[in-house]
Each structure stands twice: as C-alpha cells, then as structure tokens.
Ligand binder design. Structure first.
Ligand code: MG
Ligand code: MG
Length: 260
C-alpha cells in the first residue's frame, strides 16, 4: 500500500532531507586519497546524532554502519572499512537519517582525486538519469515513466542498469511501497499522485547489469568487476511537480527548471 503524505508530513520530510543532504555534502568534501571509508562513516554518524537524528541504516536488518560505502565495482551496501580511498577510485556514499520520525535517503558517487574520463562519464550519466527520472515525478504520470527515463538514457550510452535493487517509497519507514525500478515502459505501472514521496536511485554499470553479493552478506558488486555508479534523491510529488527534498537550499533548482 502506498502511503500518501500530508503537507505537514512533507514539511517534516523536508527537514530530514535537508539534514541528510548536509551530511552527504560534508562527506563529499572529505573524500580524498588516503581517507578511510570508516573515518567517513564515523563523521556521518557524529553529524547525524549531533543534529538530534538517528542514522537510519545502523541496525537496519542488522547493517552495522551509518553509511554504505561502495568503491568502484561495488554497486551498493558496501561496508565502511579500513580501506583508504585512492586516486582514481569512484566512491559511492549512501546515507539515511531519521529526524522527528521521518526518513531522508540520498546517495552520490564521488571521484577520488584524478579519475579516468570513462569513470567520470559513468558518474555524469548516472546523475543525468536521476535528473530525468525526477522530471517524471508529476501527478498523473506513471512509475513506468520514471523507469523508462533512466533506462533509455543509460542504454543510449551502452551502460547496464541494475535490476536487482530498486528505488522505493519513503516516509516513516525507509522502505515503503512502491518499488521504483530503474527500467520500465512509459505509461505503465502505478499512477503517481500528489503526496507520494519516492527515493529514486539509479545504479548504473559500465558493463553487465548483473550483480552478486559478497560473503559478508551485504556488499553488492558487479558480476564482471567493472565500475558502477549510484545516485539517489528523496523526492516529494506535489501538485506543482517534483520537490527534491535532499538538495541543499542554495542548490535548489527553480520549479520551472525541474520541469524543463
Ligand atoms: Mg539510499
Ligand atoms: Mg534508498
């Protein structure tokens, strides 16, 4: 069942979204060769708790950390570790916070130092896929429109689109109905209504879309070992179109720009 949110609830989700966006951007600024992913996890947890919120991921189905830290061929759900990021890596940070009972969920993929042009392109296309998906978030559109927006753009660049993991509704719980695949047919699936809030999260691979999970039971990697990028925003659907809740105020696009 899809849980529609009232304006008052969306106001609370705005606060959670703003906080997790601040955490994401702070971590992004800390990324450099030599920093360990465990240091970034500790920094995230401190920021979240200092703000009076909870790290949603920690303890979620037993996940032991506050962020997912996925490097290179790791797609999602990587464990922060003593691994020190190195020049040329691409590093996905996924983070969730629960503030006043509502969840914000966001991810970004960051180049570490100087990174090859093909890896930068992968990140850029993943970000473009997310932007295109967000532009479909209007009342009266369909989930299939979101999936197609991602799929058509990624495939135009020859990339694989992860099928095994998808976006989701979000609210009091991190994972609510519906599932939001990054593939689909326009005009099919659930009809989008004002008050829905979605976490949209394309996972785009240089090579095959197929994945496997490592022995830790969590870390998902590409089956062919080629790099993967993951980006995510929490988006509220309003009568006036999409409102991205996980942008910082200063980088908030105009409504017209989002609908361009
Ligand atoms: Mg996430
Ligand atoms: Mg998510």
């Amino acid at each position: 069942m899809i849980i529609g949110k009232s304006k008052r609830e969306i106001e609370k989700m705005r606060a959670a979204g703003r906080l997790v966006a601040q955490v994401r951007e702070s971590l992004r600024r800390m990324v450099r060769p030599g920093v360990t992913t465990l240091e970034l996890d500790a920094a995230a947890e401190k920021m979240i708790r200092d703000a009076g919120a909870l790290p949603t991921f920690k303890g979620y189905h037993g996940f032991p950390f506050s962020i997912c830290a996925s490097v290179n061929e790791q797609v999602v759900h990587g464990f922060p570790s003593a691994y020190a990021l190195k020049e040329g890596d691409i590093f996905s940070i996924d983070c969730g916070v629960t503030l006043a009972g509502y969840v914000g969920d966001t991810a970004t993929t960051v180049p570490v130092g100087r990174v090859s042009e093909d890896r930068l392109k992968l990140i850029r296309v993943a970000e473009e896929c997310l932007e295109r998906a967000i532009r479909q978030c209007w009342p009266g559109k369909y989930l299939g429109d979101i999936g197609w927006a991602v799929q058509s753009h990624a495939e135009a660049h020859g990339y694989g689109i992860v099928r095994d993991y998808v976006g989701h509704g979000i609210g009091r719980k991190m994972h609510e109905d519906p599932q939001i695949p990054n593939y689909g047919k326009p005009g099919t699936g659930v009809r989008i209504r004002a008050g829905y809030v979605f976490a949209i999260e394309p996972m785009i691979n240089v090579g095959t879309h197929r994945t496997k999970t490592l022995a830790d039971g969590w870390t998902v990697v590409t089956l062919d070992g080629q790099p993967s990028a993951h980006v995510e925003h929490t988006v509220a659907i309003t009568e006036e179109g999409p409102e991205v809740l996980t942008l910082l105020a200063e980088s908030m696009p105009e409504a017209e720009a989002v609908n361009a």
